[in-house]
Every structure is written in C-alpha cells, then in structure tokens.
Write a protein that binds this ligand. Structure first.
Ligand SMILES: Cc1cc2nc3c(=O)[nH]c(=O)nc-3n(C[C@H](O)[C@H](O)[C@H](O)COP(=O)(O)O)c2cc1C
Ligand SMILES: Nc1ncnc2c1ncn2[C@@H]1O[C@H](COP(=O)(O)OP(=O)(O)OP(=O)(O)O)[C@@H](O)[C@H]1O
Length: 307
C-alpha cells in the first residue's frame, strides 16, 4: 500500500473512499469492501483520502478529540483490507472553508477519481454542507460515478465511531467489540511507573498513549498483547490507584501473567477482551492483593479461549 502526502502528478485512475474512518469499524469495512468490488469491476485501484489531523481537532479544538485509532493503526487496517493508496492531506481552516464544488475540482479531480464511495451520512466542504446527493450531482457534472452506501446497522443501531467511543467510555466492551468487528485496543509506549507493582508481586507495564487517544472507562480489564511475536495474557487497570493516592492522574497499567523482561520504551497494543470490575479503594495492601488474585484467575479463564 502506498501512502502519498503530496498531491499526485501521475493521476492514476482510482475509486476513492471518503471519510475519517476513525476505528475502521464494521460500517467502514463494508464501505471499503464495496469500494474494492467497484475498483475490481473498473480495473483500477482503491484509494482512501484522509485528512490529517482529524477535522474535529481543527474545527473544535476546545472539545478535546478522543480518537479510537492512531494514524498508524488506521493505515495498518487499510492495508489488511486491500486499499492500494492512501492520500494523507493536511486539514487546515482554509480546507474547512472550501466549497463542495471547489473540493471536487481542486482535491478530488487531481486524484484521478473515476468513482467515489461514501456512506449515507457523509458530509464535506464548508460547514459540512456537501451531502451524498450533492456529490452525486457533482459527479454527473465532472464525469465520475458515485456509490452511496446505505446505513450499516447492528441490531437496530447505526454503526459509527461516535457510538463506539460512547460504549468505551461506559466500559461496554461487548458492544464496542460488536460494532468494531474486533476487540478494542489501546496503544502506547511503556514508561516508568511508581515501581510499586513489582513489590506487590504484580509488576506492571505503565502505558502512555498519544494525547488524542480515547482511554476507556476506569476499571480492571482482561487483556492481551503481542510481545516480541508471542501472545501475552494479562490484566489492565485504568485508574487513579485510590488505595495509595487521594489525587492522581489516570494511569494505564498492565500486569502480564507469564512475561518476565524489560518493556520500557516499547510500543505495545493492548487488546481489551472484557471488563472485570470497577477500580476500588482498598483498606490496605492485603485486601488489594486478594482482589488481584481473583482478578487474575478470572482473566486467565476468560483469555484461555484465545490461545
Ligand atoms: C489488574 C490491576 C488491578 C488494580 N486494581 C486496583 C484497585 O482496584 N484499586 C487500587 O487502588 N489500585 C489498583 N491497582 C493498582 C495497584 O494499586 C498498584 O498501585 C499498581 O499495580 C502499581 O503501580 P506502579 O506500576 O506505578 O508501581 C491495580 C493494578 C492492576 C495491575
Ligand atoms: N454505519 C455506516 N454505514 C454506512 N456508511 C458509513 C457508516 N459509518 C460510516 N460510514 C461512511 O464511512 C465513511 C467514513 O465515515 P466517518 O469517518 O464519518 O465515520 P462515522 O463512523 O460515521 O463517524 P462519526 O460517528 O464520528 O460521525 C463516510 O463516507 C461515512 O458516510
């Protein structure tokens, strides 16, 4: 898969899928699969146009965006699905003010678009005024086809990045997984913690993720990661360690059951399988240790099926 950060000069014909694709969820997958079939029928490749940073970060910086995927993760999923080219175009305030027609003429046409694939709720151009109907009209005028995919649903619910964000903030891993079509994950770099974990007999990898990435609801989760090519089961705590601190920022830490080694500085992707419980303030270390033992047994039994 090619990633182009400059406007192409060769203008190879392509089918182009449009949107943010945060999370690359089931709805996105079905849209991209439709794009692949169209591309095959037309004998061209499938491209995706992505704005970087996410438009909401530029348009509503005060809201503090909470993304499901990093750029790297989105690109990995696109590659797995079979996308040929990703155009990564900077999103600026000027871009936000582009009229729908200018967007088509200045951005889409130079990409060699023969067909555009969008979802039923796609919006584009200044104030999000461009709709699927408008892009169909512009397609007729400028000579490219347009597919508008109907709303992809799961059990009566429209699949969307926002509904997945909501599920994760409520700790509903089952719902988030069903909408994503895979377990949710959280990536980050292993940093130094307070080094209390190893004294407790539960050493933890403390994770720092990109500031724009969503952290699920506080609590304890059954998780796994691929460490140096091997499956590693574990349990993760997202929280403030109330047993030890009155005021503390949120930390994300994972105790892997059968791993012994140095992870500092490593990039890890933690796959979240199930939420086990809320974080609690315990009356001392012994109570916490008893609970951790129970958590471990529960997580191990849940994760056994994944091996
Ligand atoms: C699976 C798991 C569950 C935890 N649950 C709690 C909890 O409910 N309450 C709490 O105060 N701390 C909890 N902790 C955090 C511990 O209090 C301890 O501070 C931490 O493991 C050590 O942190 P460190 O790596 O920064 O030294 C949990 C840790 C893990 C790994
Ligand atoms: N459930 C769905 N069914 C059909 N098309 C969809 C669905 N979800 C997204 N799309 C389409 O996929 C493309 C990328 O969508 P977008 O990034 O806006 O995702 P989204 O899940 O709708 O996000 P958000 O919830 O943040 O609005 C767009 O063309 C959009 O219309």
């Amino acid at each position: 898969m090619q990633v182009q950060t400059n406007m192409p000069t060769n203008k190879e014909p392509c089918v182009l899928a449009l949107g943010n694709f945060d999370g690359v969820h089931l709805g996105h997958r079905r849209l991209l699969e439709h794009g692949l079939r169209q591309a095959e029928r037309l004998g061209v490749g499938l491209s995706v146009l992505l704005f970087e940073p996410h438009p909401l970060k530029v348009l509503q910086p005060e809201r503090g965006i909470q993304l499901l995927t990093t750029n790297q993760e989105r690109l990995k999923y696109f590659e797995e699905i079979g996308v040929n080219t990703v155009f990564l175009i900077p999103f600026t305030r000027e871009m936000a003010n582009t009229t729908p027609e200018d967007f088509v003429v200045r951005i889409l046409m130079p990409l060699g678009v023969v067909r555009v694939v969008v979802g039923f709720n796609y919006s584009f151009g200044a104030h999000g005024k461009g709709s699927p109907e408008l892009i169909q009209l512009l397609g007729k005028q400028y000579g490219f086809g347009v597919s508008v995919l109907q709303a992809q649903m799961l059990e009566g619910r429209v699949i969307s990045s926002s509904s997945i964000r909501k599920a994760l903030l409520q700790g509903d891993i089952a719902l988030a997984s069903a909408l994503l079509g895979r377990s949710p994950s959280l990536s980050g770099t292993v940093i130094h913690g307070e080094e209390r974990g190893r004294l407790l007999g539960y050493p933890t990898a403390n994770l720092r993720s990109n500031e724009d990435i969503l952290i699920p609801k506080r609590g304890v989760y059954a998780v796994w990661a691929n460490i140096n090519g091997a499956f590693a089961a574990g349990m993760m705590n997202i929280g403030m360690k109330p047993t030890f601190h009155d005021m503390y920022g949120t930390s994300v830490e994972v105790n892997f059951f059968d791993f012994n080694g140095d992870l500092y500085g490593q990039e890890l992707t933690i796959h979240i399988e199930e939420r086990l419980r809320d974080e609690k303030k315990f009356d001392g270390i012994n109570e916490l240790l008893l609970q951790l033992k129970t958590d471990k047994i529960k997580a191990q039994s849940l994760l056994k099926g994944l091996l």
